[in-house]
Design a protein around this ligand. Structure first.
Ligand SMILES: Nc1ncnc2c1ncn2[C@@H]1O[C@H](COP(=O)(O)OP(=O)(O)OP(=O)(O)O)[C@@H](O)[C@H]1O
Length: 280
């Protein structure tokens, strides 16, 4: 608690997404402890409510269905999925944090919660500025051309028309989509879409950039370019979170790895140590 209070007071503009920090086991690795914190996650719990669903024990069983009819109960209405269970950590300027874990371990949920897209069931997320989430499904419009998406995407990130004009060619060049920039995004392969999204999102310096698997679909050349850009963004004093199943990308890009298992942190530390434990 004392550590968290101190860290919070260091944050320039904490973007408080939930009240009252509570007790914490937050630990830092990666960037030096003197670097300013950019994200504080304190005992975070995220619960999804799925309406119209039922647990395996409640449904698909004739005896259960008969009992519900006898008791005049309707279909079970709601199921809760406790996707993140008491996660705490502190991220700092200059950190590139890889988040690894099996399918369904809570990686994407954690990123979406840091981005402020999911309300905490319990606990808090504090961020320095508005984090930008760059996901496989990031909101570009499929029916518009790459060109229109670049312009709109840059405006959405708060760039001025002059800044958009200055950066436009570089974004097209970086994405490598060539003449397809004049075609609607619905004609793009998933790799081309992912490259364009990354090129747009990384055209601006972000305090906190959250990347969800966006590098997974790029080819080798693009992966190398995007890794270089992530390194550059870290130098510009930002913090990058990266969810990827490709552990090579994590190892080459990140200075810290958080391993999630069933919604909890199993390990948080330097990539060599965490990846060795994860692979064993
Ligand atoms: N919108 C949702 N509604 C209900 N449950 C969800 C929803 N999104 C995710 N979940 C559940 O939350 C848990 C964590 O999912 P999440 O997508 O965060 O995991 P992940 O580690 O990113 O998985 P993957 O590696 O497969 O992408 C899973 O049990 C998943 O079924």
């Amino acid at each position: 608690m004392a550590e968290l209070t101190k860290e919070l007071s260091q944050m320039a503009h904490p973007n408080e997404q939930a009240p009252e920090p509570e007790a914490s086991g937050a630990a830092a690795a990666g960037a030096p402890e003197t670097a300013a914190p950019t994200v504080i996650v304190d005992d975070l719990h995220i619960v999804y409510r799925v309406y119209g669903a039922a647990s395996a024990a409640q449904k698909g069983n004739a005896a259960n269905a008969l009992m519900r009819i006898i008791k005049r109960q309707g279909r079970p209405q709601m199921k809760e999925v406790h996707a993140v269970k008491g996660v705490s950590f502190i991220a700092r300027h200059g950190d590139a944090i890889g988040i690894i874990g099996r399918n369904g371990s809570g990686k994407s949920t954690l990123l979406r919660a840091i981005a402020g897209l999911l309300p905490p069931h319990k606990g808090s997320v504090y961020t320095d500025g508005q984090p930008s989430l760059l996901g496989v499904n990031a909101a570009l419009m499929k029916e518009l051309t790459g060109e229109r998406n670049i312009v709109l995407g840059c405006y959405a990130m708060g760039m001025s028309p002059t800044q958009v004009r200055e950066r436009y060619e570089e974004i097209v060049e970086f994405s490598g989509i060539g003449e397809f920039v004049q075609f609607p995004m619905s004609t793009y392969s998933s790799g081309m879409g992912a490259r364009l999204r990354f090129a747009i999102a990384s055209a601006k310096a972000h305090n906190v950039l959250l990347i969800d698997e966006a590098l997974a679909t790029g080819d080798r050349d693009f992966k190398r370019k995007s890794q270089e850009r992530i390194h550059q963004m870290r130098k510009e004093a930002g913090t990058v979170f990266l969810v990827a199943h490709n552990l090579d990308v994590i190892e080459e890009t990140c200075n810290r790895v958080i391993w999630l298992h069933k919604g909890q942190i199993k390990m948080d530390g330097d990539p060599a140590t965490v990846l060795a434990a994860y692979n064993s």
